[in-house]
Design a protein around this ligand. Structure first.
Ligand SMILES: NC(=O)c1ccc[n+]([C@@H]2O[C@H](COP(=O)([O-])OP(=O)(O)OC[C@H]3O[C@@H](n4cnc5c(N)ncnc54)[C@H](OP(=O)(O)O)[C@@H]3O)[C@@H](O)[C@H]2O)c1
Length: 272
């Protein structure tokens, strides 16, 4: 069984560990690495790890670890992945993978040189609802996709010193939540020909809200992300014959598919 090392004992690492312990991954929690040993030990006990390390380097040095799940703030992903690759460890890195394409290319090139597995933990791609909608679109139930709207806009109850609002930690709406609407556009319409965007900046120097227009030869995706107002989490995909409403966006468990007569073709609910 894959021996997993976790870096960063924060919010999402907690969720990941709960999922692994529920048997949702073919692996077992082996070592936790935190910037503080006390925190590492508490995390180890909570999630039944075998080992706790009070520094990330100590964890990288553990020869028994097969895969590292990286759950630090995104502004640190690039440096952490480049370090981990020196130890030839496989990596699953939390979203967003890096802050920009240049960093991502460097990381992928290094992973290739080191011959290790590496991926972004963009879990939305693997959800049963997303797979079902992709299948129905491939079966031409809604015709050619010509428009997609996806919104991830919320108002976090956090202070300005939180990672969400800190440029050095990769804060801002685009990198925290905007990458989900973008993932929807990539999944259902592919790479755009070009794009336009409108951005509202915040006093800490991060983007607080944006609308992005992905332009395709025969269509458009309108993608909204914000950390200063709320919208229902939803994606709407329109085709030449019908449409799909995906409820819950990145954590979707249901979708309604309408045919060319505007009748409900299928209501899909994930029951797994
Ligand atoms: N997939 C999802 O649905 C999802 C949801 C939420 C977040 N995320 C992603 O997961 C990553 C972590 O987010 P999170 O919400 O878990 O953040 P978080 O609760 O703040 O945890 C991040 C952890 O990173 C470590 N860390 C190392 N250097 C740090 C620094 N300079 N400042 C703050 N923390 C530092 C800390 O762990 P130690 O003190 O133990 O070293 C901290 O607990 C982000 O990239 C975020 O986008 C993904």
């Amino acid at each position: 069984m894959i021996k997993i090392g976790v870096i960063g004992a924060g919010f999402i690492a907690n969720k990941f560990c709960e999922a692994v312990n529920k048997g949702e991954m073919d692996g077992k929690l082996y070592a936790i690495g935190s910037r503080g040993l006390k925190k590492a030990k508490e995390f180890k006990q909570r999630h039944r790890f075998i080992k706790a390390y009070g520094s990330y380097q100590d964890l990288y040095n553990d020869k028994d670890i097969d895969l590292i799940y990286l759950a630090t703030p995104h502004g640190l992903h690039y440096n952490h992945m480049m370090e981990i690759l020196d130890y030839k460890k496989n990596i699953i890195c939390e979203k967003p993978f890096t802050l920009n394409a240049k960093q991502a290319k460097e990381v992928f090139n290094k992973a290739k040189d080191k011959n290790v597995f590496i991926m972004e933990a963009m879990w939305t791609r693997f959800l049963p609802t997303i797979r079902e909608v992709k299948k129905l679109i491939t079966e031409d139930i809604i015709g050619d996709v010509v428009k997609l709207e996806a919104d991830f806009c919320f108002k976090p109850n956090k202070n300005d010193d939180n990672r969400l609002f800190q440029p050095k930690l990769g804060g801002g709406a685009l990198l925290d939540v905007g990458i989900y609407p973008i993932t929807f556009a990539n999944l259902f319409m592919g790479r755009p020909k070009n794009f336009d965007s409108e951005v509202k900046m915040y006093k800490t120097g991060v983007d607080i809200a944006e609308t992005i227009y992905y332009n395709y030869p025969d269509g458009q995706a309108i993608l909204k992300a914000a950390l200063n107002y709320e919208l229902p989490l939803e994606a709407r995909i329109s085709g030449t014959k019908g449409k799909v409403i995906i409820e819950g966006l990145h954590e979707t468990e249901s979708a309604v598919i309408y045919d060319e007569k505007r009748q409900t073709y299928k209501t899909y609910t994930n029951t797994t």
